[in-house]
Ligand binder design. Structure first.
Ligand code: ADP
Ligand code: MG
Length: 242
């Protein structure tokens, strides 16, 4: 799916006043792209991700997915489109603590009205894709951070999403584990998943093919990454753990 934002604005009402957060964002993301979004805290990155992910609506401007205007869809329409097209990954994984890895991946599939057998099949397939099928019955607390993030990625994929939105996905992980997650993202990108990733870490941003810099609710600059870093290679070069 091709994503196109045109002059998108968003403000929040705070103590009776409109606080502008996005001040006219125009951005095109092609199917299969890998884009990193950077910018100081408070510059509007998460707000932009929420709009791209159909969790929030712009105040003005347009948002088109494959030419179709989606910015002003109803809550139900957005929820339906979201569950099939978009997957989210967060810094702190956001897994439900009392549910197994499998249940965490399966539960969102309920919104698609799938039979339980089909939910199970898809959830196991997604867990296998991220190398976590042998941990399906574990609770999040029984998994490492990197493993929890893998489960969260499986949850994002299980509904069939081809677009993944990741807000600081390596922010809570050590360098090696972060690189392992990047290796997984890169593999998904090679399979033509579109990746949009917020990061504070310039080294992590270098894994994307394009970096968009935000500031004060605007896109300040964009750069193409001519030679993206490859996580598998960096991992192979790292000293082994003792
Ligand atoms: P970033 O992710 O770049 O740090 P955000 O998009 O989270 O920035 O937030 C930008 C600004 O918008 C922040 O100052 C934040 O306090 C404000 N903000 C975000 N969400 C809301 C909200 N629901 N209501 C009021 N203000 C908000
Ligand atoms: Mg943020």
């Amino acid at each position: 799916m091709h994503l196109e934002l045109q002059e998108v604005t968003k403000s929040f009402r705070l103590e009776g006043e409109d606080l502008p957060i996005l001040r006219g964002i125009s951005l095109n993301i092609q199917e299969g792209e890998f884009v990193a979004l950077m910018g100081p805290s408070g510059s509007g990155k998460t707000t932009l991700m929420n709009i791209l992910g159909l969790l929030d609506r712009p105040n003005s401007g347009e948002y088109r997915m494959d030419q179709r205007e989606v910015g002003q869809l109803s809550v139900e329409q957005r929820a339906r489109l979201r569950s099939r097209a978009l997957g989210y990954v967060f810094q702190n994984f956001n897994l439900i603590p009392r549910e197994t890895a499998l249940a965490n991946v399966e539960t969102p599939l309920m919104y698609q009205g799938l039979a339980s057998r089909e939910r199970y099949r898809r959830a196991m397939e997604a867990l296998e894709r991220v190398g976590m099928n042998n941990r399906a019955k574990h609770l999040p607390s029984q998994l490492s951070g990197g493993q929890q993030q893998r489960v969260a990625i499986a949850r994002a994929l299980a509904g069939g999403a081809k677009i993944l939105l990741a807000d600081e996905p390596t922010g809570a992980l050590d360098t090696r584990t972060g690189l392992q997650i990047m290796a997984l993202f890169e593999a998904l990108n090679r399979e033509n998943h579109t990746l949009i990733m917020v990061t504070h870490d310039p080294d992590i941003a270098q894994h994307a093919r394009r970096i968009v810099h935000m500031r004060d609710g605007r896109i300040r600059s964009e750069e193409a990454v001519t030679q993206p870093l490859q996580a598998e290679r960096l991992l192979a070069e790292m000293p082994q753990e003792t």
